[in-house]
Design a protein around this ligand. Structure first.
Ligand code: UGA
Length: 439
């Protein structure tokens, strides 16, 4: 099939490369010339395992082209996927300007009397696709255009994006056009996954409901962690015991300093706004957001209780700045928020993250912060080490040797990566989240 992708962010670039890998002819468009120039040179605008190799391969075999030429891109695709960003507006609702601009520009370049399907992959609130249709028509003006709109939300995770795109649990496609549903079903028939064919509004809502539910699961276990701390129970045992129930499942039950990233915070808030706009007060979601906001302060309280709020005579080592492991993304990263708060108390920090050093430095600058070359470096002469991102390599460091390099053996573990017993054996004063025998 001939496929056009509008927007080369996470979703667009990964989907485009994966479709090309499946044997389709893909044109990926972005209005950012620098981004497209880099992609053509094989330099990825994002860090994602395997993406550079994949894009290089599909560019070399001619199945993937990156361009800034809107006219060419729109004329090329029988299927045109809108994959542009939907950031939070000031109100917390999703800002749909990029989506509507893309729709209008697609309309402007749509050839007359040639059937196309315009599919929104960006996460958009219920009702958006109807407006997409209006914006395409507005862009088309008096031309006789022939198109259907469809919703095809994406469920891939950063850090696992290519794997997820090839191994999704389900495909969701929504449209009022049987023809469009049929074409999209054929596109995804390659995958060994159920295909949910539904109406536009349901497809749009499935995406928000899924993300909000996962965020709820995290906030739930974070609240349970608070009960653990007050009763002597251990949150790892509790989540293990809960997760063995098939109806609950073990995933997304790791207590933490809270969820972050470019999706959960934005999507939970946007769903809450959609509910309010439809005269429904979705109080459970309000609770999920509040719990997530509080969680990092519960963690910080342990630290302030020990040292007080003036930390200007101390230096800490920080492990992790990314919002989660296997990514360089620091958008809405709880790690960044914690670092900012600690800096506000005058703390000096030695920082390391395996992938998110540059991105962290861009948002944090250099005041009070020293960016190190390895995880081991953050232990050297520091008063405490704080783990903020769940990188696997942070769980397997040689702590026995590393803590000996510290001024005092104190570890605050915001991701429950370590075992309280092991830390105790090493003479470490260990603080975690909801773990028994940890502070
Ligand atoms: C999330 C969803 O998992 C994807 O299915 C969805 O496609 C994507 O949003 C999106 O809407 O585009 P992502 O933001 O990449 O993916 O990250 P997740 O792996 O879901 O993690 C989100 C946050 O929750 C991270 O800060 C992570 O550290 C935190 N988390 C996750 C926990 O604190 N505990 C857990 O048990 C799991």
């Amino acid at each position: 099939m001939k496929i056009t992708i509008i927007g080369t962010g996470y979703v667009g670039l990964v989907s485009g490369a994966v479709f090309a890998d499946w044997g389709h002819e893909v044109v990926c468009l972005d209005i950012d010339e620098e981004k497209i120039k880099k992609i053509k040179e094989g330099v990825m605008p994002i860090y994602e395992e395997g993406l550079e190799e994949l894009v290089t391969r599909v560019q070399d075999n001619g199945s993937f082209k990156a361009t800034t030429n809107y006219k060419m891109a729109v004329e090329h695709g029988e299927l045109i996927f809108i994959c542009v960003g939907t950031p939070s507006a000031q109100s917390g609702a999703a800002d749909l300007n990029y989506v509507y601009q893309a729709a209008e520009t697609i309309g402007k370049y749509l050839p007359e009397n040639e059937y196309k399907i315009i599919i929104t992959k960006s996460t958009v609130p219920v009702g958006t696709n109807n407006s997409v249709k209006k914006h395409v028509n507005k862009g088309a003006g008096d031309k006789k255009v022939d198109f259907d709109v469809a919703s095809n939300p994406e469920f891939l995770r950063e850090g696992n994006a290519i794997y997820d795109a090839n191994n999704t649990d389900r495909v969701v496609i929504g449209s009022s056009s049987e023809k469009a549903l049929g074409v999209l079903e054929e596109l995804y028939s390659k995958l060994d996954a159920p295909i949910v064919k539904t109406d536009l509004a349901s497809a749009e809502l499935i995406k928000y409901a899924a993300n909000a539910f996962l965020a709820t699961k995290i906030s739930f276990i974070n609240e349970i962690a608070q009960i653990c701390e007050r009763t002597g129970a251990d949150v790892k045992s509790v989540s293990h015991g809960m997760g063995l129930d098939n109806r609950i499942g073990p995933k997304f039950l790791n207590a933490s300093i809270g969820y972050g990233g470019s999706c959960f915070p934005k999507d939970v808030e946007a769903l809450y706004r959609t509910s309010s706009a439809n005269f429904y007060d979705f109080r459970l979601l309000r609770g999920v957001m509040d719990a997530n906001e509080r969680q990092k302060f519960y963690f910080l309280e342990k630290l302030f209780e020990k040292y007080g709020t003036n930390l200007s005579n101390l230096t800490f080592g920080i492990l992790g700045t990314a919002f989660k492991n296997d990514t360089d993304d620091v958008r809405k990263s709880p790690a960044i928020e914690v670092i900012r708060i600690l800096r506000g108390s005058g703390l000096r920090m030695k920082i390391f993250d395996p992938a998110a050093m540059e991105t962290a430095q861009e948002v944090l600058g250099n005041d009070y912060l020293e960016y190190m070359d390895s995880a081991a470096d953050v232990f050297e002469g520091t008063d405490a080490v704080v783990i903020l991102t769940e990188w696997k390599e942070f769980a397997t460091l040689d702590y026995e040797a590393l803590v000996k390099k510290m001024k005092s053996k104190v570890v605050f573990d915001g991701r429950n990566l370590l075992e309280p017993e092991d830390m105790k054996d090493m003479g470490v004063e260990y603080y975690a989240i909801g773990r028994s025998e940890a502070g």
